[in-house]
Design a protein around this ligand. Sequence first.
Ligand code: NDP
Length: 291
Amino acid sequence: QHPGSVTVIGLGPMGRAMAGALLDRGYGVTVWNRTASRADDLVARGAVLAPSPADAIAANEVAILSLTDYVAVRAVLEPAAQALRDKVLLNLTSATPEEARAGARWAAGYGAVQLTGGVNSSPSGIGQPDSATLYSGPREAFDRHRPVLEALTGRVEHQGEDPGLAALSYQLGMVIFWTSMLSFWQAVALARANGLKAADILPYATETADSLAQFFAFYAERIDAGVHEGDVDRLAMGVASAEHVLHTHTEAGVDSTLPAAVVDLFRRGMEAGHAGDSFSSLVELLAKPAD
Ligand code: NDP
């Protein structure tokens, strides 16, 4: 039995993977992309290339939006606003929570419903059982279109009605992802300055990364209980350690922007009177705007 038809707007690596996953499952797929040639492979596999965003949206009840940002979303949707009545926009474009809420309000003004999604997967994970997406927005739309959502990532979760919630969850993940990956690039740069390759430090970097989950769990419980006791670690020890990291960089003559920022945060924690507390006390510093 034919599972139905879906529109995909935006054929970057993600949109192309999503349209491909839908075709694999037998969906009819209508696509639109600013650069039309990106649709060639999908058209060869049976997708229909719509001549405009309005035509693409008119073709199906559900339209997936996979664009660079909400500036692109507006550029694409504004000329197509009259086609939006009774449509479901599955907006998988990265955004801030406020942008996602404003987008949902704007779409509602034209009679469309927006489900915001944050995809926790790279393009290669699209269509795979273990990849996941967090959604927020109308529960009814989530339930009704669940098979489409599960065709994109095997695991899906509805977090709540607020369309900003999924955007927030996505950004929370990205805070950790970008800074963690940057910390790896930093370690590789330092290693290279010392004659080592990325592959040489990979086992040690992996061991450190794997240990983080335990630290998250240990400190999360204490932070939520308001405990920053310096029984396991003290910020005064932390600042000395962060300074060794910084000086190892200056010794090696590599960029020290990132380690210097870490030392700066630790020192501010000391100045705020947390020398004897755990370095988790930096959460209290980070929860307010910087002076
Ligand atoms: P890209 O930025 O590579 O491509 C997205 C699409 O946006 C392209 O089709 C591009 O069109 C289109 N676009 C950009 N600006 C405009 C505009 N002004 N008007 C019309 N179209 C425009 O993104 P990805 O495919 O990599 O990702 C899509 C979304 O998914 C992003 O929000 C990203 O943050 C998120 N995401 C990406 C992941 C990844 O690993 N790639 C992982 C998880 C989420 P054109 O082809 O003409 O340039």
